[in-house]
Design a protein around this ligand. Structure first.
Ligand code: AKB
Length: 339
């Protein structure tokens, strides 16, 4: 008999960090992970098996298929927007080919144990592409079907993989004699920028917010790479992890779509700097916009409409902007750099 497990790819990354702790705290779940990087020491005992390697290595997925019955996949492995823009082919390989391999793996798993595999896919606000700042400022709260013309490789990858997931869920091999779709239960969240008190991201374009806060807590000056008026949606990492878990456990009958926007607050970079200075009065923050990275931020919406997520599966972020700083970021980050 194969053991029923949850599979997390990209488990050593930022979202994986919070997700492993939350899943392990629930107690009754067995977790297996894949990442190129080893898990931090404190997480090794929380998982049943840690596979070191790439999601592109097909023999790794075959070994997992032979040994485990995967019921849920959290497919977190990705090259983020700034990094993928320097190496677009590598971005495509990891973000698209890797996701296709994982979807196919989930299909094989579903066919072999007979139950749909819940496939959680972190998409992104990068799936949007607003053509200029005037239209961004006039767009209001953008809903899932609007402005789907991303300008980055990463955004194109995310948008296409949302469609691939829907294809596996609803239309896979639609001309075959027997029905093969329905084995992958694909559920995607378009995440805003995420801010964690525990980890610092790398390779993203929304990274200016977490970088600013973590630099201030360490007493380091920070030169912000976007203008003070740059505005996109954000959320704390604990709320992002909770959202994934809530969507994963939602009743399939309640879900009216496969892709959901979510957000918690959308301060400008200048407003974030003010809050950081309130928490760390000695913080030295300057603005030195990198026009090319700024252009990416200008193509992402200033706000998104997450009413479908609130209605269908009860999205309720615990942290608004003020609580995020006073109850989570400032105390937790200060504690992190004290020890
Ligand atoms: C990035 O900046 O690339 C990510 C994202 C918004 O998906 N944080």
């Amino acid at each position: 008999m194969r053991k029923p497990v949850i599979l997390i790819t990209g488990a050593s990354g930022e979202i994986g960090h919070g997700l492993i702790e939350k899943l392990a705290a629930d107690g009754d779940t067995s977790i297996i992970t894949i990442d190129l990087q080893p898990l931090p020491r404190e997480h090794r005992d929380l998982v049943d098996r840690e596979y070191l390697g790439s999601i592109l290595e097909i023999h790794l997925l075959e070994r997992i298929l032979a040994e485990f019955e995967v019921r849920t996949v959290y497919h977190l492995a990705a090259l983020l927007s700034t990094r993928a823009e320097f190496t677009p082919l590598a971005g495509h390989q990891v973000n698209v080919e890797g996701t296709l391999k994982l979807l196919d793996f989930a299909q094989s798993q579903g066919e072999s144990h007979g139950q749909p595999v819940v496939f959680l896919y972190p998409s992104s606000i990068a799936a949007y592409g607003l053509p200029d700042i005037e239209r961004k400022n006039g767009a209001g709260r953008v809903s899932e079907h609007e402005w789907n013309q991303p300008t980055t490789m990463y955004g194109c990858n995310k948008l296409y993989c949302e469609h691939l997931g829907r294809y596996y869920a609803d239309n896979y091999k639609q001309l075959a004699a027997e029905t093969l779709s329905g084995k992958v239960d694909f559920r995607a969240i378009r995440f805003p920028g995420l801010i964690s008190a525990v980890t610092v991201p790398s390779g993203g374009t929304s990274d200016y917010a977490p970088e600013m806060i973590h630099a201030a807590a360490q007493g380091q000056p920070y030169a912000c790479f976007v203008r003070p008026d740059a505005r996109i949606p954000f959320m704390t990492m604990p709320d992002a992890v909770d959202a994934m878990l809530t969507l994963a456990s939602a009743d399939a009958g309640d879900l009216s779509r496969s892709v959901y926007n979510i957000t918690a607050f959308n301060p400008s970079a200048g407003e974030i700097a003010e809050l950081v200075k309130r928490g760390f009065p000695d913080a030295e923050i300057t603005f030195q916009p990198d026009l090319k990275r700024q252009a990416i931020i200008d193509s992402w919406p200033a706000d998104v409409d997450d009413s479908a997520a609130r209605r269908d599966w009860g999205l309720r972020p615990a942290y608004d902007l003020n609580r995020a700083f006073t109850d989570y970021l400032i105390p937790r980050i200060s504690e992190r750099y004290r020890s």
